[in-house]
Design a protein around this ligand. Sequence first.
Ligand code: BGC
Length: 455
Amino acid sequence: MVDFSMVFPAGFLWGTATAAHQVEGGSPPNNWTRWEEAGRVFRQQRAGLACDWWGGRYAEDFERAAELHNNAHRFSVEWSRVEPEPGRYDDAALQHYADMVSALHARGLAPLITLHHFSNPLWIEDQGGWTNPATIGHFERFVQRVVEALGGGVSTWCTINEPMVYATQGYLFGYFPPGARSFGQTIRVAENLLRAHAAAYHAIKALQPDAQVGLAKHQIALKPGFPALVHRRALNIVDNFFNRAFVHALTTGTLRFPSRTVSVPEARDTLDWIGLNYYYRFRVTFNLLAPRQLFLRQARPRDGIPGPGDTGEIWPEGLFGEIKRLFEMTGKPLYITENGVPDIDDSIRPLALIRSLRSVWQAINHNYPVRGYFFWSLVDNFEWAEGYDPRFRFGLYGCDAETQQRVKRRSADLYGEIGAANALTAEMVRRYVPGQAEALFPGVKVKSSVELPQP
Ligand code: BGC
């Protein structure tokens, strides 16, 4: 038996992902700065300087990404900077983003730009945010401005990050701004986000016909509580609502929720690619008293690793199934637009990364067209409602928002070796997670005793 390598396709994109409000620092008034001021974040924290990317530290962090042999990076544009007041666009802010795009190109990193990642200008929020259909037109004009300003250097766009996370966290669980708890509003927001995606898709294509436009969809892996027969119905409800409905609408133009079916014909076939954001697996138990929690519990880890707080278990093998079904639903190429684990000590991240990439590689070898992998995240950053809670540090590099010091974690070395080789090898596995190699790759210990004939 020869030693094992999981080689990725030529041209595969290796990158990391970030979002504006989480890394830039000093955001102008938006829904999150207001949420922070209202004390709704872990220990009343504020994003503050974050990773100081607005102050220019993006350049040194892009340098780090390049040192890790990355060839791509995903970042988002902050709407409240580009359009601080309705119809007033800030050219200096657009120039800043154009500079970031150039800084990526200068280091051989292809940009993938997200146009909405959880944050809205306050003026949008004050007119009802995404419950108000007028937001769709405002978003479309903002997107046009950004594409006009950056389009020369960007060909891959992500319209909206995680529409169902945004809708449920902000309008059902009340955990994100504006903190509503209403099924009706949740559904209205999802519907408006779908229309906004469609409007953005068509607007980008009109300006840049060759652009590749997609959306990042957060998928959760689910397993039924025991006995499965009882709980599987609840699982199907959650699965349809959270994982399937929006994706289905992007291909068919019909958004189907249990209480409401809406036709959005302009959304039909509005994907050139689909992004998968994948983190956790949950157990679903039917509990009539907990529909607002979507019947979700952290799964009892067996093959997985317990996640912090109310999150699910970390179960990297779920990637395969989510890739498979996103492809089956859309027929489009995929990017893993986010995948990562919160782990300040970096004690589980190397293993989770290896298991995740094994799962992605297996999917590729089943011929699912995965074109790239964006690890969440490059540096520790402001984790939304969790703020700077030490249990929620996602970076390949640690980052202290106060001192701005970065610390390289071992996972960064591992990710760099993978990018350089365009492969995950058994030898890397032995070095980074000693003792796990045989369990992960049966047979790797047996070295070849037969010399292969030289060509
Ligand atoms: C979001 C990121 C977030 C990450 C880790 C994703 O749902 O897109 O902004 O930081 O999860 O929790």
